[in-house]
Design a protein. Sequence first.
Length: 185
Amino acid sequence: MKVLTISGYKPFELGIFKKDHPSVFIIKAALKKSLLPLIEDGLEWILISGQLGVEMWAAEVVFDLQIEFPHLKLAVITPFLDQEVSWNEANKEWYESILARADYIDSVSKRGYEKPWQFRLKNQFFIEKSDGLLILFDQEKEGSPKYLYEMAIQYQKKQSYSIELITFYDLQMIVEEEQYKQSDF
């Protein structure tokens, strides 16, 4: 696998309203744990659309991993121009800091937001331009990642396409691993 799309929940879908929320550390640890074997197998590019939440945390994980794996690249390909226009100032600054360090930036639609079809087009683009999907999604919890996940499942029926889920169970396992590391054993 050379190109991987990463997506998942937005922060509010997970009840996360601060960048330093303890859950962010766990999510980033889960992303890193999934990415390391893929990088060692030749992963070169990570694709995100730059949406708040899992995708932005993934970008930060990529930047950390680039220290050890400088060949790893990050592409931020937004569904449409100026997606951050209605975001608060702190989120805009965070987004700008991610874009400043990305290796490639573009938009699927070369216009501003018009209609929901732009998100479907973005999902299709990301699936067709990548070899696989790493997604924080749990079928028990509805949310925005459902649409990308369902499209990837349909695509996988016709093409060789890897889908790796990070579920809430996986996150709980990481919490327990971290607690074990911090205990006296």
